[in-house]
Design a protein around this ligand. Structure first.
Ligand SMILES: [Zn+2]
Length: 192
């Protein structure tokens, strides 16, 4: 799988490549920033071929239920309008890219870029049938977004080398789940 495989009806879905998920951030994925140059190559190729690019971001209000202080599983991260919530500075963000904001609810977390964001409607309007997915973390929000994409009937491909997990074990399990779901729906979640 290379950028040569991009074709009409495809789109890129880049999940949560934000400072807080990279080394030095509040909830860092080991070597998370290593995927940025890979993603940039795919984003450039997408731009050349008029393939749409969607970027999701975790975008929490203060007091979000996912925070440990509120009984959730995570330290405070990706607070709205902070540097931690900004996309990694080296990530190529096309002017035409659409940003999908999630994690804004006070009553639940949203791991998937499809979870009550309207993304499915937008993709349908844009004629998207196949998604190339990358980002952070492979075993949390990339996993949830990919499983939802497959469930919604998209073909979903993991961009090789463009996602990393919070833990190695979590990553192995997520890759297995995504591959199994892909087989069941006729799509394919590629291995990194
Ligand atoms: Zn979050």
């Amino acid at each position: 799988m290379t950028t040569e495989d991009l074709r009409p009806g495809d789109a890129l879905l880049i999940v949560d490549v934000q400072n807080d998920f990279c080394p030095g951030g509040a909830l860092p994925i080991p070597e998370g920033d290593r995927i940025v140059p890979v993603l940039n190559r795919w984003i450039e190729a997408a731009e050349r071929s008029d393939i749409p690019v969607y970027l999701s971001r975790d975008w929490h209000p203060r007091g979000h239920p996912s925070f440990a202080s509120e009984g959730g599983a995570w330290p405070v991260h990706c607070l709205q309008d902070t540097e931690g919530a900004a996309f990694h500075a080296d990530l190529r963000v096309p002017a035409a890219a659409l940003v999908v904001t999630k994690g804004t609810r006070f009553d639940q977390d949203q791991y998937s870029a499809f979870d009550q964001t309207g993304l499915h409607s937008r993709l349908a309007k844009d004629g998207v049938r196949r998604l190339w997915i990358g980002g952070l973390a492979q075993d949390v929000c990339v996993r949830a977004s990919t499983l939802d994409a497959l469930d919604l009937g998209y073909a979903a491909m993991l961009i090789p080398g463009a996602s990393l997990p919070g833990t190695e074990e979590g990553g192995r399990e997520a890759l297995r789940e995504m591959a199994e779901a892909g087989g069941a729906s006729g799509g394919a979640a590629g291995r990194n």
